[in-house]
Design a protein around this ligand. Structure first.
Ligand SMILES: Nc1ncnc2c1ncn2[C@@H]1O[C@H](COP(=O)(O)OP(=O)(O)OP(=O)(O)O)[C@@H](O)[C@H]1O
Ligand SMILES: [Mg+2]
Ligand SMILES: [Zn+2]
Length: 378
């Protein structure tokens, strides 16, 4: 049997099951009921809080055989295919990989034609802030005077990066991070359905680490169950969460800054042993280094990083270990190189180990100006 990640398995298939976004769901259902529909919607908010889910639900509601309806039947071919992401009249585009001007021009051609089977052609563009400026411009005309059968649903985690010209043509919905209590409650219901036993305290810790994201909380649960089995012991849970929490980034950064290769290898081993994904660790660590760089350079870092004041203090402490701005920049660039090379290697772990060990050596490098002085003083 193929394994379906819990977060996918529990993707809400009805509006009622979407947790914590009541104002948005109510507004959408009202507009479906009263048939006051828009041609372009923008869903924004942090990762994993229901944007793509709601976009698919809206698409389903628009195209259900008995629709447009606030209560799609979930049984007609359109509903079934939409839920499975294979409806012929619904296009899902990833702005990050397909946001180029050529692809958007192509899209503009396609939307000129009426839907093949259903009522609307629904175009969902995920990560829309990644769409290039030229491509946005190509899209503007269509957004300005869309054919009556077109509905655009844009989703983004970075609302500020979406051009104002696009924003002003969309009906905007701001998804909110889920409060801890809702995350815990949702996790509890998934645990009950899956026969997983975790203490309330454990669920609380998971929810805290997920920082408002439903998907993150469910993925964490998944990871913990992969490691502990269905019956999760509090001690084991804390141990895994501790490794996955941001402390690991700080420990790793400290090890690199002090050139402690042994500690670097230990940290990587712990990550692998607890079944965490080493590649996502690399991505997270890159984000962490960026934060270090920001606290070092920026005048008002709190505007550029989403974090608490205590965390900023901790970041400043670690950033100080790295000497100058250029040192951190070199680490960050090197990390990006490792990331780019990942696809060429068989074992990401070895590449990452080798790369991190190399970063441990960076502090021995001296700036080129100093090297020049050394040579010219000879
Ligand atoms: N509001 C929610 N209620 C219930 N489950 C949710 C909610 N938000 C997210 N989830 C869970 O997280 C998974 C991913 O959600 P979704 O794809 O909608 O996130 P997203 O907001 O589009 O995130 P991203 O910005 O990363 O694309 C869902 O399959 C579901 O399990
Ligand atoms: Mg999404
Ligand atoms: Zn239907």
């Amino acid at each position: 049997m193929s394994y379906l990640a819990l977060a996918r398995k529990y993707r809400p298939d009805t509006f009622e099951k979407v947790v914590g976004q009541e104002p948005i769901i109510t507004a959408l259902r009202n507009s479906l009921r009263s048939k006051r529909l828009h041609h372009a919607y923008l869903f924004s908010g942090i990762r994993g809080i229901g944007k793509t889910t709601t976009a698919r639900l809206l698409a389903k509601a628009l195209n259900c055989a008995s629709g447009p309806t606030a209560t799609p039947c979930n049984a007609c071919p359109s509903c079934v295919e939409t839920a499975e992401g294979r409806s012929i009249d619904i296009m899902e585009i990833d702005g990050a990989s397909s946001g180029g001007v050529d692809q958007i021009r192509e899209l503009r051609e396609i939307v000129r034609y009426t839907p093949i089977r259903d009522r609307y052609r629904v175009v969902i563009i995920d990560e829309v802030h990644m769409v290039t400026t030229a491509a946005f411009n190509a899209l503007l005309k269509t957004l300005e005077e869309p054919p009556s059968w077109i509905v655009f649903i844009f989703a983004t985690t970075e609302y500020r990066k979406v051009p104002a010209t696009i924003l002003s043509r969309c009906l905007q919905f701001f998804f909110r991070p889920l409060p801890m209590s809702l995350l815990v409650e949702h996790l509890r219901s998934i645990c009950a359905q899956e026969g997983i036993s975790v203490s309330d305290r454990g669920l609380f810790h998971i929810a805290r680490l997920a920082a408002g994201s439903s998907r993150d909380s469910i993925s964490l649960l998944d990871q913990i169950v992969a490691y502990c089995g269905l019956s999760v012991d509090d001690g084991d849970l804390l141990q895994i969460l501790n490794i996955m929490s941001s402390d690991v980034h700080e420990r790793m950064a400290r090890a690199i800054a002090s050139g402690d290769g042994g500690a670097v290898l230990d940290e990587i081993a712990k990550i692998v042993e607890c079944g965490c994904d080493i590649v996502s660790f690399l991505n997270d660590f890159e984000e962490y280094l960026r934060q270090l760089l920001v606290v070092k350079i920026a005048r008002a870092p709190e505007k550029l990083i989403d974090t608490y004041e205590e965390d900023l203090q901790a970041l400043r402490g670690v950033a100080a270990l790295f000497g100058e701005e250029a040192d951190l920049l070199r680490h960050l660039q090197f990390l990006m190189q490792i990331e780019a090379n990942l696809r060429y290697v068989h074992s990401p772990r070895y590449l990452i180990e080798a790369g991190f060990l190399k970063m441990c050596q960076f502090r021995k490098l001296i700036p080129i100006a100093d090297a020049y002085k050394l040579i010219s003083n000879r």
